[in-house]
Design a protein around this ligand. Structure first.
Ligand code: NDP
Length: 404
């Protein structure tokens, strides 16, 4: 039995998710792609048709309009709305799902446009509404958050009786040959990296200035890269749902050129999210910066190298053999992703888990009324599908907990 979906947003992540949905016709029935700019949906539909022979429907939609979205959901007969627009649209799309009586899935937590807090409380407040409606909302079905949260759950189910220490390590060893470009939406990416770093330690948040804690790490398939301590939204949900965690940290690699560019842009005020007056018109510096930066969706043809994203987790072994440390990760090749779906690996590693999470709902594996982060759901079927859908994972025991 197949199910119908409405995918909202037509950027890099959406393009991958929709291609992969079309490649799984035994799960996905009618696929409707709607976004603010319909031409972008049409471009994706054209590529999907050329690569898979599957026709998808395209529509124009402003997802901030709840009534219009609910009407579109009914009209296209969707059972799930897959939100691959921006975090600002999350609550409106959750409202539209409740109005139309369908399930919801996204890849990034809600944020108001004028704040960069990366907190879940706005979406967790929908728990009762979704439970009472008998509908499922899945939050953060990308790679991080998403796969890295499912990795943690899998380790906790099969290897460790609890996680004492968790490090999420996100490495992009790719090179696009450009002086400066972000691999996904520049506005969201720069909001993340310029926010103060925060990690969970001994039951409290520890804050440090952005991009000040740097550690070299030898990534499988990539080699040694500098990674920086950052705050990332899954730290909040993982430390909430796995209360035994003593320390949880998130690390991301950046090259020196990237750090220098961000530092200069920040120093001159170009990363600001408060409106400023320019020639009599209010503009938001970071949104203007997005306009002049390369479109991440166009980087695929230029990018070579690999990503390696995973978790290192330490805790008591399930079999009672003492404390153990495991490293679980995926290595993804930019050029192979481009050959398969016409996108680079950062969009691929987010779009594929969005497709798999949606498949979990359509197959009834993850249909549980309420609002759920990925680590709250059974990991096994999702982990199996990662292996068959282009994101195979490896798990290795390390000799000792990480020393950094
Ligand atoms: P893009 O900016 O490339 O695409 C966003 C799309 O959303 C655009 O097509 C845009 O339309 C559309 N959109 C924006 N506002 C609206 C609106 N009001 N109504 C309808 N459509 C709208 O983003 P990405 O593809 O790079 O990222 C998509 C999402 O994935 C983001 O939320 C990002 O944070 C998340 N992400 C998650 C990751 C994870 O691992 N969990 C990793 C990377 C990204 P238009 O073209 O007209 O601007």
């Amino acid at each position: 039995m197949t199910g119908n979906v409405l995918v909202v947003g037509a950027g890099g992540v959406s393009s991958v998710a929709v291609h992969k949905m079309a490649m799984n016709p035994e799960i996905f029935g009618t696929i409707t792609l709607a976004s603010r700019t319909k031409a972008k949906c049409d471009e994706i539909a054209e590529s999907v048709r050329a690569r898979t022979g599957v026709d998808i429907a395209t529509r124009q939609l402003d997802a901030m309009d709840v009534a219009a979205t609910a009407a579109m959901i009914r009209d296209c007969g969707a059972q799930v709305v897959v939100n691959l627009a921006l975090p600002y649209q999350d609550l409106k799309l959750m409202d539209a799902c409740l109005e139309a009586g369908v399930h919801y899935l996204d890849t990034a937590n809600y944020e108001p446009e004028d704040e960069a807090k990366f907190e879940y409380h706005w979406q967790w407040a929908y728990q009762d509404k979704f439970r009472k409606a008998g509908l499922t909302a899945i939050l953060g079905s990308g790679f991080d958050p998403g796969v890295t949260s499912v990795y943690a759950t899998w380790l906790r189910k099969h290897k460790l009786s609890g996680i004492r220490q968790l490090d999420v390590l996100d490495c992009n060893g790719g090179d696009n040959g450009l002086p400066f470009a972000t691999n996904f939406n520049p506005e969201i990416n720069i909001r993340e990296v310029t926010a103060p770093a925060r990690h969970w330690e001994g039951g409290a948040w520890v804050e440090t200035p952005a991009m000040t804690h740097k550690v070299p790490f030898d990534f499988p398939g990539v080699g040694e890269k500098n990674m920086y301590l950052m705050y990332h939204e899954e730290l909040e949900s993982l430390s909430t749902h796995f209360p035994e965690i003593e320390r949880a940290r998130f690390w991301m690699t950046f090259g020196d050129a990237y750090i220098n560019h961000v530092t200069v842009l920040q120093n001159v005020g170009m990363t600001g999210i408060e409106p400023v007056m320019h020639d009599g018109q209010a503009i938001i510096p970071l949104q203007f910066l997005k306009t002049v930066l390369p479109n991440p969706g166009d980087l695929g043809a230029k990018t070579v190298g690999k990503t390696c994203i995973g978790d290192i987790a330490t805790g008591p072994a399930k079999d009672g053999s003492g404390e153990k440390t495991y490293y679980i990760y995926n290595i993804c090749d930019h050029e192979e992703c481009y050959a398969e779906v016409g996108s680079q690996a950062v969009a691929y590693t987010t779009g594929v888990p969005a497709m798999i999470g949606t498949a979990m709902i359509l197959k009834g594996v993850w249909t549980k009324p309420g609002v759920w982060n990925m680590e709250q759901l059974d990991p096994d079927a999702f982990m199996d599908m990662l292996n068959t859908q282009g994101l195979p994972w490896e798990v290795h025991e390390l000799d000792a907990p990480v020393g950094f």
